[in-house]
Design a protein around this ligand. Structure first.
Ligand code: FES
Length: 106
């Protein structure tokens, strides 16, 4: 299992145990993490699973693929550390990963 911590815009944190193989979005949904809607169910077609990857983890998580980058254009307040959480697959290597849920524009 890998521990993943989700930080909300107000600074509150929730750490969950994720099974390797699920995505960071699926782990959030399974644990009712607020702010990750994942309207398209993980098809990289909605950008409502947008998160910011903690600086210490950015290299391990890697960069978005082209299709993900295109979809990120539809997300609000995109930054260099932005990723779509449905496109990050949990591995033992990502044990301890920290991501922040963006503030919602409305
Ligand atoms: S769940 Fe829709 S893009 Fe990630």
């Amino acid at each position: 299992m890998a521990k993943i911590t989700y930080i909300q815009p107000d600074g509150s944190r929730q750490t969950v145990e994720a099974q390797p193989g699920v995505t960071v979005m699926e782990a959030a949904k399974l644990n009712s993490i607020a702010g990750i809607e994942a309207e398209c169910g993980g098809a990289c077609a909605c950008a409502t699973c947008h998160v910011y990857v903690d600086a210490a983890w950015r290299e391990k998580v890697g960069k978005p693929a082209e299709m993900e980058e295109d979809m990120l254009d539809f997300a609000f307040d995109v930054r260099e550390e932005s990723r779509l959480s449905c496109q990050i697959r949990v591995t033992e290597e990502l044990d301890g990963l920290v991501v922040t849920v963006p503030e919602k524009p409305f």
